[in-house]
Structures are given as C-alpha cells and as structure tokens.
Design a protein around this ligand. Structure first.
Ligand SMILES: [Mn+2]
Length: 339
C-alpha cells in the first residue's frame, strides 16, 4: 500500500523539531540496520540535534567502519540513560519490536503522559502497531531505500556519507543485487548514490571480503552436511552443536567477534540458494541455549519460504526467513528430528 507523501513530511517535521533523538536498529545488526541508523544520525547532525544510536549486542568488527557516526551506536541499554529523556525514538529495520531488545521499555513509555514520539521505518511485513507514525513498506528491498525516499521527498541533499549508507543497505539486503527481488528502482537508486559519491568498490569489498578462516570452516561444514529432501525439493544442511563447537573452540577473539556479529548461517543459506535445481534451502543448527535455529532461502519464482517459517513460529520475507524452536536435533536413521 502506498504511503501518502504527507506521512513522510509529518515524520520529517517531527525529526527536525526534536531535541534528543534515539535511533534503534535490530539486535546483531546487519548492513541495512547499521546504515539506516547511521543515515538518521547523519541527518540529525545536519540539524544540530543531539542523537544516539542503539543496536543490542552490536560488536564492531571494522566491516562497516566507513559509515558515518557508527561510533555513536551503543550496544547495551545502560549507555542510553532513561528512554523518556529522548523527545523522539525511531526504530528502523526491526520487523518486530522484540528485535530492538528494548520492547518492554518502549511499551512502558506508552503509559506515560510525557513521552518521546515513537516512529518506525521498516520494510518487514508486520502486524504489530505500537508506533505513533510509521513508514512500513514491505515492497522495498531495504530500509535504506525507505530512507532514500524520506530524504528525497523532504528535499534533503544526499551527501557522500548518506549515499554510502543508502548503498550499503541496498547491497546488504539484496545480496549484492543477486536476489530476485532486486528492482529497477534499487539499481537506479544505487547508480544515483554512486553519482552522489558513494564508494561502491569499497563497500562491495567490505560486504564480500569480510570472511574469516573460521567462517570458511563453518561454510565447509554446511556444504559437507548438505542433503536433498526429494519430496519437497528442498536442500538442507544440519549442523549439530558438537560439530559447530569443534570449529569454534579454536577461534581467536577477533574471529569470535566476527562470528557473533554476522548472520553466518543466513549467509550460508543465501549462498546455497544458488543451487539451481532445488526450490528452497534450509540451514538448521543447534544454539547453545537449547534452541534450534533455521534459516530458509529461495531464489525460485513463486516460492514463499516465509510460509514455512511461520508454521514454526518464525517469519521474514518470501525469499529469506527464519525460525527458532526449543529443543535439540536428533538423528533418527536417515531423518532428523527436533526433540
Ligand atoms: Mn533490512
């Protein structure tokens, strides 16, 4: 559904008249979440407004150190002070309020008479309506594509820093323009961002050449464990905790940092969706807390893996989604069970 220009303008008016802004991305942020936060921090600097960023559990690995103001992104809520000290809170790219890791604090704000205005920018479909104003456009490839429209509609100049943010989000969320959802708009915005000074080669190198030896060993494990479910034409790889731990035990602290800040298993699933003869990919792995996580991807037209994810209580996009289940993986003959 198209969103009226007046909503972009109303949000902009609230932005430029705010006194203290907090911009929140999702936990373990990806390139789109970090770029979305950084672009709004850049805009707040343009208007001399105090602003902070927050992404729960964000660990800098240097991959995105070229993004403006990235050092202003806090990873723990203690660094933020009281949330009602902000006049405006903007949540970007989160999909659900839970992924802010501040859901309770944000919900409790709504009971207060004097509280920050709550705004959401997102391209994930969602049924929760907790914000005062939202720009939710599931047809957009990245949240930074929504921010691009927000800047354009409000007549803001796109400088090199903003262009770097917008291009980074677009590249991150389209798998460097490989996903089938990549649109003409995405490519034309990307070329405009390069014309505005975005460092295309630098960004693409950071996004692709950011793997460590440790992550390559995990890729090897996932490739080795790959099987085919002929009934559903689904390729899947199952990674048990002992197998993953065996690789992780030799990790240096830098490799560990990189491992925990990247969605490595999602990236592996994304790469596996290049297999041309299957309809979908699933990567299942055991997490330490007695959880089994699944990443689903597809590159085939007409396949919506988010339906499968929702059956398991998860969600996401038609071509990229995931779920989490309680339990452990158990091999039963040729089959895997979650018990
Ligand atoms: Mn995104």
């Amino acid at each position: 559904m198209a969103i009226l220009e007046s909503v972009y303008k109303e949000i902009f008016h609230n932005f430029v008249t705010a006194t203290r802004i907090l911009v929140i991305g999702h936990l373990s942020p990806d390139g789109d979440a970090l770029s979305s936060v950084c672009s709004l921090l850049e805009l707040s600097e343009r208007y001399n407004i105090f602003a902070r960023g927050f992404c729960s559990d964000y660990r800098s690995t240097g991959t995105f150190d070229y993004l403006p103001h990235i050092q202003k992104i806090a990873a723990t809520p203690e660094c933020l002070g009281e949330l009602d000290n902000y006049s405006l809170i903007i949540v970007v790219d989160c999909g659900s309020l839970a992924r802010t890791n501040l859901a309770e604090q944000i919900k409790s704000l709504k009971e207060k008479s004097k509280r920050p205005l709550l705004i959401e920018f997102d391209h994930h479909p969602n049924s929760e309506h907790w914000s005062d104003l939202e720009l939710r456009l599931p047809e957009k490839a990245a949240t930074t594509e929504i921010i691009y429209d927000f800047l354009k509609i409000n007549g803001e100049e796109i400088n090199r820093d903003l262009a770097d943010c917008i291009l980074t989000g677009l590249l991150s969320d389209t798998g460097n323009f490989l996903y089938s959802k990549t649109s003409i708009d995405n490519l034309s915005i990307a070329s405009e961002m390069v014309a505005c000074g975005a460092r295309f080669t630098k960004i693409i190198n950071r996004l692709i050449r950011n793997q460590s030896l440790l992550t390559m060993k995990l890729w090897g494990l996932a490739f080795n464990n790959l099987r085919l479910n002929k009934k559903y034409n689904l390729a899947f790889s199952v990674l048990t905790r002992p197998e993953v731990d065996e690789i992780l035990k030799s990790a240096t602290s830098e490799e560990w940092n990189r491992f925990s800040s990247q969605d490595i298993f999602g990236e592996i699933a994304g790469w596996l969706s290049n297999i041309s003869e299957v309809d979908a990919i699933m990567v299942l792995r055991e997490e330490p807390e007695g959880l089994v996580k699944g990443s689903l991807r597809s590159s085939q037209d007409g396949v919506d893996v988010s339906k499968l994810a929702r059956m398991f209580g998860g969600g996401g996009h038609p071509k990229a989604s995931g779920f989490t289940l309680k339990g452990r993986l158990l091999k039963d003959g040729d089959r895997w069970k979650i018990v």
